[in-house]
Design a protein around this ligand. Structure first.
Ligand code: PEP
Ligand code: MN
Length: 335
């Protein structure tokens, strides 16, 4: 980090600022020019409050050289992280997996049909929301504990590791048999929840918030990692833009950008990313071509009657087709 002092700063003011930096455990390098003084800070500057520093009367400007995320940063961990997601499956570092299933868990029959059909097509992990973050309180809110029981029963039949969203840290005891705990877009910055998940040893899927930058997404991963849990998968699921034909705008550039910035695996969710079943296939293929380590796809046996997100859900036969094409794109990009 570099801090430039305002012309006219006295030696006494400069020295007391340097002492303050040293008290934070930082190494301080002072370059005193004729008119201006530049202070270079070396060490763990993640604890330095850049806004506070900028607000000091003697500071002209402050620049961070390294990003504020450390554990997630590729600079300090050049190898891709591989996350163990249960059932002998891995995501990241060349391991690619597809998570498929309905938006909401509705019944044993629904989940069993989707589980068996998606598994047969190569969707090795099963998703389904039991706690649903709905915009309207009058919409279906999920089956809660019973939804998790259904997922557990289907897992016993199909063997698919299960992925489901948590909304409240108090529900954690219910998630014991869940393989990947999803933090939804709306909870990406629920810092208490992230801290609590940092104390577990579960794989955590963090979805990008509707209006969050990649830096903010990485800082959310950092919250979990700072607690000691390194098993994080990031998910690009579309962001809110001025476009209205699509539900969200799937930010494909986020995939290679995140790969440059972090060693964590990155998957894409073209279902929430577009909101339209007809767009899921092309955007899934594009995400794979952009280097995604996996996909999350909403699949429902009867989308017209789905209790949530029917418009963006594929039928099982459409998912079969998607998987075949995804395999072809994978072959091309790996060739
Ligand atoms: C979901 O996966 O069903 C979901 C609610 O996703 P998001 O948090 O990305 O909206
Ligand atoms: Mn959904």
């Amino acid at each position: 980090m570099i801090a430039i002092l305002k012309p006219g700063t006295s030696e006494k003011q400069r020295d007391s600022l340097c002492d303050w930096f040293r008290s934070m455990g930082l190494e301080v390098h002072v370059s005193q020019g004729q008119f201006q003084c530049i202070i270079g800070l070396i060490g763990d500057t993640t604890k330095v409050d850049i806004n506070l520093l900028e607000s000091l009367s003697i500071i002209e400007s402050v620049k961070r050289i390294t990003e504020p995320f450390k554990n997630a940063n590729r600079k300090f961990h050049t190898q891709d992280s591989v996350v163990d997601v249960g059932g002998g499956l891995k995501i990241g570092g060349g391991h690619f997996e597809v998570i498929a299933g309905p938006c909401s868990v509705e019944s044993d029959e629904q989940m069993l049909e989707v589980g068996q059909r998606t598994k047969a097509a190569g969707g090795n992990l099963l998703r389904g929301g039991a706690f649903k973050p709905r915009t309207s309180p009058y919409d279906f809110q999920g089956l809660h504990g019973e939804g998790l029981n259904i997922l557990r029963r289907v897992k016993q039949v199909t063997g698919q590791p299960i992925v489901t969203e948590i909304m409240n840290a108090n529900d954690l005891p219910l998630f014991e048999d869940v393989d990947i705990i999803q933090v939804g877009a709306r909870n990406m910055q629920n810092f208490d929840l992230l801290k609590e998940l940092g104390r577990t040893d579960k794989a955590i899927l963090i979805k990008r918030g509707l209006a969050n930058t990649l830096k903010e997404l990485l800082m959310s991963a950092e919250y979990v990692m700072a607690g000691g849990n390194e098993k994080i998968i990031l998910c690009e699921r579309g962001i809110r833009t001025f476009e209205t034909y699509t539900r969200n705008t799937l930010d494909l550039s986020a995939i290679p950008m995140l790969h440059e910035l972090t060693h964590l695996p990155v998957i894409a969710d073209p279902s929430h990313g577009t909101g339209k079943a007809s767009l899921v296939l092309p955007m899934a293929l594009a995400a794979v071509a952009a280097g995604a380590d996996g996909l999350m796809i909403e699949v429902h046996p009867d989308p017209e009657h789905a209790l949530s997100d029917g418009a963006q859900s594929l039928r099982p036969n459409q998912f079969d087709d998607l998987m075949q094409r995804v395999r072809k794109i994978r072959e091309v990009i790996l060739a």
